[in-house]
Write a protein that binds this ligand. Structure first.
Ligand code: B12
Ligand code: SF4
Length: 478
């Protein structure tokens, strides 16, 4: 079987960072281990829609898998149409956060051109599906018993939508490494942990999966579950060493939200990084309740190369924080940002507005906090009631809306504001915060640094990018 995995054409998320897609690379590795042909088209493939369709039609794929993010639904619909035009008989499957969080009965209403959906992690289930398809000689499997044993699968059986329960493996090390050869970091746009440090390439990595917190704006538990599963810390650093040696990776982004959940695990990784003298710098996502208030830990992280911690602060109003089930008081966040700064680590703060019941006063508290604390950068957004999240339940209850048309949904003009302000008012507030942030001299310098490093690394990255995609017809912003 030949399987092609792709991210969709970007409609809303056109500004998404052009990083390798780790989820697809994990899937690709597991599909390949079971003997199937596999290919990935992700952010490094700058194909115009016409070239993309052409590429698909020549791909010889039996199965095409698409990753689906809710804010990108318009792009997903466009992509599915192109796939069907290019290969009318190909089996089209999809997975990722939207498929995992959406009610199964809504899935084929959202995506009528889809054949099968996969909820949760799919390293074991996609290969099992390909094998079932292979044994049936490419026949339509719907209505057949062979689909019963594939966890997380959503499919139509006559007029009924069937869903198999999701199973997540405990031993995440057994899932293997991502297929790095298919997402070689040199082929992507040169982002940097520190824009002035232009050594080597940057790679995203994962050390844990799952999150026990219950933030009402989040739906990640539908993908990775609520239990934190850790990799073997030595094997994680082995992967980094391999990336350093074979892919010239000198900077890495830890993509987990729970990297600091188990302090012994984090310390073991930091100590190993120091011992092996890899001299790599890294950036980590963090929830303040995980990193905690231990200045020693921040110093150890700095010694191990950590230069940036991204903190999802969301709101600085303790009442709003309680309502959105954000653990920890805002006073703790101030202390942690200060500790990071003393240790030499930059804190980047992420803030959201428009939460249920939030008032203008609550929003102003958050904006004041954001600018009064020494964040190196601040990101401001409107919250979105993602399917499978607590906010989505709130929206349904407040407005009696059973189904949202995600392809048309825009947070800045949504007819279903969750806060006490209209969507347009929240959007105007967010714009003002963003403008204030952009006017900061440090932001200007950072942007300049990024431009310089992009210019310096352009040549090598481009060559690789085009070679792997085999694309002659190039146009942005795909
Ligand atoms: C790291 C991360 C990012 C990184 C991605 C890095 C990378 N290139 O890998 C960056 C910063 C780029 C990012 C961007 C965005 N992100 Co993000 N991100 C995350 C985060 C924290 C972890 C994702 C991860 O690596 N998971 C681990 C891997 C192994 O899982 P995975 O990628 O989901 O893939 C597995 C399954 O989903 C499934 N699968 C995935 N694709 C497919 C395809 C097929 C065919 C099949 C069968 C299965 C399948 O199998 C995979 C292997 O197990 C999650 C939160 C979380 N804890 O999940 C949010 C999260 C995924 N992001 C989210 C969002 C909204 C976004 C943005 C849309 C934000 C924006 N407005 O721009 C963009 C979208 C970018 C895009 N590609 O379109 C939401 C998604 C919600 C939703 N319903 O869509 C999440 C869940 C956070 C939340 N708020 O709840 N993100
Ligand atoms: S936002 Fe982060 S901490 Fe909160 S539930 Fe989601 S992954 Fe966990």
């Amino acid at each position: 079987m030949k399987c092609l995995l792709t991210v969709p054409l970007p409609a809303v998320t056109h500004a998404a960072p052009r990083l390798p897609d780790l989820g697809l690379a994990y899937l690709a590795a597991s599909v390949r281990r079971r003997g199937h042909d596999i290919e990935i088209l992700d952010w490094n493939c700058r194909l115009s829609p016409a070239a993309y369709r052409d590429y698909l039609s020549k791909s010889g794929a039996d199965v095409i898998g698409v990753k689906v993010f809710t804010p990108n639904m318009r792009g997903v619909l466009e992509t599915l149409t192109l796939i069907r035009e290019a290969l009318p008989n190909v089996v089209v499957v999809a997975g990722g956060p939207h498929i995992s969080g959406t009610r199964p009965e809504d899935l084929f209403l959202d995506l009528p051109l889809l054949d099968y959906g996969f909820r949760g992690e799919a390293e074991n289930t996609l290969p099992a599906f390909l094998e079932a398809l292979d044994s049936a000689g490419g026949e339509d499997l719907r209505g057949k018993d062979s689909l019963d044993g594939i966890p997380g699968l959503v499919y139509k059986d006559g007029g009924t939508v069937r869903t198999n329960p999701v199973e997540l493996t405990d031993d995440i090390e057994s899932l293997g490494l991502p297929a790095w050869d298919l997402i070689a970091p040199a082929g992507y746009s040169p982002q940097r942990v520190n824009p002035m440090d232009t050594r080597g390439y940057l790679a995203p990595v994962l050390a844990t999966r799952g999150c026990p917190a219950g933030c009402t704006f989040c739906m990640a538990h539908h993908v990775n579950g609520r239990r934190v599963r850790l990799r073997d810390p030595r094997a994680f650093v082995d992967e980094l060493e391999m990336l350093h040696r074979e892919y010239e990776v000198r900077q890495f982004l830890v993509m987990d939200t729970n990297f600091a959940f188990d302090k012994d695990f984090l310390k073991a990784i930091c100590n190993d990084l120091i011992e092996r003298r890899l001299n790599m710098v890294w950036d980590s996502v963090s929830e303040e309740n995980w990193t905690g208030s231990d200045p020693e830990l921040y110093r150890l992280m700095y010694d191990a190369g950590c230069r940036v911690i991204n903190i999802g602060v969301e709101s600085a109003d303790n009442d709003v924080r309680r309502r959105i089930r954000k653990d920890g008081k805002i006073e703790d966040v101030s202390r942690q940002v200060e500790m990071m700064r003393s240790a030499g680590i930059k804190a980047i703060g992420y803030f959201m507005f428009g939460f249920p019941g939030e008032t203008r006063e609550n929003m102003e508290t958050t904006a004041r906090f954001a600018f009064a604390n020494p964040f190196a950068l601040r990101s401001f957004d409107i919250c979105m009631p993602l399917p499978g999240s607590g906010l989505h339940t709130y929206l349904k209850e407040k407005y009696g809306v059973e189904r949202v048309d995600w392809a048309e949904y825009r947070p800045e003009s949504s007819p279903y504001p969750l806060s006490t302000l209209s969507s347009a008012e929240v959007a105007a507030f967010v714009r003002r915060c963003r403008n204030r942030q952009l006017s900061k001299p440090t932001v200007f310098l950072r942007k300049l640094g990024r431009k310089v490093s992009r210019l310096m690394a352009r040549q090598g990255g481009r060559n690789l990018r085009f070679r792997r995609c085999g694309a002659g017809d190039i146009a942005g912003p795909f």
